[in-house]
Design a protein around this ligand. Structure first.
Ligand code: TRP
Length: 316
């Protein structure tokens, strides 16, 4: 029986937090049981914000260690980086020639970037087209993304349709699978957990760091139940059971926070230790990525061959 294909793009953007985990990372790991998964580190996409080679390198290595520590199984997932498969940028160009500027100018991400920065780079403008190439090379069925990426998947579908209409049936139209939890995981100040708000709890935090983060959670006293503490805590325990405990200990913020610290530590410690093990042999960890790249390259180059045939450049 053929499994459905799921494809995810991973930004190599520094240290993940528990919001990233419950939003996307956890789902990606669980998808490996159900789907044929392609997971690519989108290092070329990341160039729009990372322009320091040492930082880029470090970010790539960190993402690999993070996912291995979480249990990514390279036998089940084709785990690779975009820059190892040159077909992505090649197909991006072909798509560029069938995509209009007014169409891309309607993208939310472009409009936001333009509102902030008038000297917007071509890469940022073209970002959704490279993403379409990432996706369409592998004929995936579903694309798990946060709500903010829904429009980008829509653009991929439109580009696929445009190509199919122009050159004949070539690409399958992918479906976005919107991961709802993404937006509602609260940070230590009650707003959405996000690095830019400085309100995160790092996924691989050391004990002392967990303590510091939890102690900094803003406690708003709604009937003695600290809502922000509860909202994070319920990710780690059954909600009803937790409600009872919080009602019994109403007003005892310190005690409730200490309990959350212990629950976080229980969850994080094994992941943190696994990550340290993988970090002892970085070349070995990176070999997983290289082999994933070789696997992806085979699929992508076969697809590219078909595309070249379709557009008529394949004369021998
Ligand atoms: N644009 C996505 C983001 O910002 C990352 C991404 C790039 C992606 N290529 C992809 C996601 C392909 C899914 C599929 O998060």
């Amino acid at each position: 029986m053929n499994k459905k294909i799921s494809l995810s793009g991973i930004q190599p953007s520094g240290r993940p937090h528990i919001g990233n985990y419950f939003g996307m990372m956890k789902q990606l790991i669980s998808h490996q049981e159900e789907f044929d998964v392609y997971a690519l580190i989108v290092d070329y996409h990341a160039m729009k914000s990372v322009r320091n080679p040492a930082e880029m390198k470090e970010n790539i290595i960190n993402v690999v260690l993070d996912y291995l520590a979480l249990g990514l199984d390279s036998k089940k997932v084709t785990f690779f980086k975009q820059s190892d498969v040159s077909e992505h940028t090649e197909l991006c160009w072909i798509f560029d020639t069938i995509t209009t500027m007014p169409y891309l100018m309607r993208a939310h991400a472009f409009k936001d970037a333009q509102a902030k920065n008038k000297e917007i780079d071509v890469g940022t403008f073209n970002y959704p087209v490279l993403m379409a190439a990432d996706i369409l090379l592998y004929n995936p069925d579903i694309i798990p993304v946060g709500a903010d990426q829904k429009q980008h998947v829509e653009i991929s579908r439109n580009i696929a349709e445009k190509f199919n209409n122009t050159f004949g049936e070539t690409f399958k139209l992918p479906e976005a699978m919107i991961m709802k939890e993404m937006a509602v995981i609260p940070g230590t100040d009650g707003r959405k957990m996000s690095k830019s708000y400085n309100n995160t709890i790092p996924l691989f935090a050391e004990y002392e760091e967990i303590k510091k983060c939890v102690m900094s959670i803003v406690t708003d006293s709604g009937g003695g139940i600290p809502q922000n503490v509860f909202a994070i805590h319920k990710l780690f325990r059954n909600e009803n059971e937790l409600k009872k405990i919080y009602e019994e200990k109403a007003g005892k913020y310190k005690e409730l926070k200490e309990m959350l610290i212990e629950d976080l530590e229980k969850f994080i410690a094994p992941l943190r230790e696994r990550r340290k093990e993988f970090a002892k042999d970085i070349p070995k960890a990176l070999a997983v990525l290289r082999e994933g790249g070789e696997k992806a390259k085979k699929v992508a180059s076969k697809k590219m061959d078909e595309i070249r045939e379709k557009i008529g450049v394949k004369v021998y």
